[in-house]
Design a protein around this ligand. Structure first.
Ligand code: NAD
Length: 252
């Protein structure tokens, strides 16, 4: 098993990719604290995972919630080795849109949420002697998306913060990497496509593998980066997008 004995904290773990990451970490031997704002759903997942899992209410925009989540992790499982900053929101809007609240929310959750997470987790990882931080960015952290200036900005920010933190924390034995999912079958995307076949066919046409991705395919990459198999990998960006970002833009 890839992460036996490790203790992980995963944000946005009540559903979607965060849930898949938490489940896969447990399957690979870790103890996991699941954080989210969807308390009923998050608690249900943690209960199903059993003694190796706990749920905490963790709004990633709240520095108080972060302090509490890290304290609970250390109290319940004795240490913190892995942080997966997965929680995120998606908001569309034209450059000219009157959407200040959406833009501020995107920055609060997607960008500052990651900063607060790293700030809260690093002292605990230093107490544990080492650590791995996995920041879930997006394909929009590698290239722009139309009507997504706000979201794109935050996901580029996560990619940049990852590299800066990797440089700062490498000497302390803490690795920091970013994962860049393409279109993955979660509520975030399905609420936009509505399960619409035409929309899914369009997404598939933009990938080398000609399909959308599944949450567990992103979870596999996150668990790899969390594990000691990735011991010499830091400051890296790993695309999990079916080849969508491999295109020059003039793909067939
Ligand atoms: P999702 O909407 O299914 O799940 C996101 C989770 O984050 C939810 O459980 C939600 O409650 C939680 N969350 C939202 N705001 C929060 C907050 N303030 N504090 C704590 N939790 C909060 O979406 P998903 O597709 O599973 O997305 C997970 C991550 O992957 C996000 O960062 C997203 O931007 C990124 N991503 C998703 C896709 C995709 O195709 N689904 C592609 C690229 C990147």
């Amino acid at each position: 098993m890839k992460v036996t004995g490790k203790v992980a904290l995963v944000t946005g773990a009540a559903r979607g990719m965060g849930e898949a990451i938490a489940r896969r970490l447990v399957a690979e031997g870790a103890q996991v604290v699941l954080g989210d704002v969807l308390d009923d759903a998050g608690k249900a997942v943690a209960d199903e995972l059993g003694e190796v899992a706990r749920y905490v209410h963790l709004d990633v925009t709240s520095t108080e919630d972060w302090a509490e989540a890290v304290a609970i992790t250390e109290r319940e499982f004795g240490r913190l080795d892995v942080l997966v900053n997965n929680a995120g929101i998606l908001r569309f809007g034209a450059v000219t849109a009157d959407n200040e609240a959406d833009l501020r929310a995107l920055i609060e959750v997607n960008q500052l949420g990651v900063q607060w997470g790293m700030r809260a987790a690093v002292p605990a990882m230093r107490r544990a002697g080492a650590g791995s931080i996995v920041n879930i960015s997006s394909i929009e952290g590698l290239g722009g998306g139309a009507y997504l200036t706000g979201y794109t900005a935050t996901k580029f920010a996560v990619r940049g913060m990852t590299k800066a933190a990797a440089l700062e924390l490498g000497g302390k034995g803490i690795r920091v990497n970013s994962v860049h999912p393409g279109a993955i079958r979660t509520d975030m995307v399905l609420s936009q496509t509505g399960g619409n076949e035409q929309a899914e066919r369009f997404i598939a046409s933009k990938t080398a593998l000609a399909r959308m991705g599944e949450p567990d395919e992103v979870a596999a990459a996150a668990v790899f980066l969390a594990s000691d198999d990735a011991s010499y990998i830091t400051g890296a960006e790993l695309s999990v997008d079916g080849g969508a970002s491999a295109s020059s833009g003039f793909k067939e």
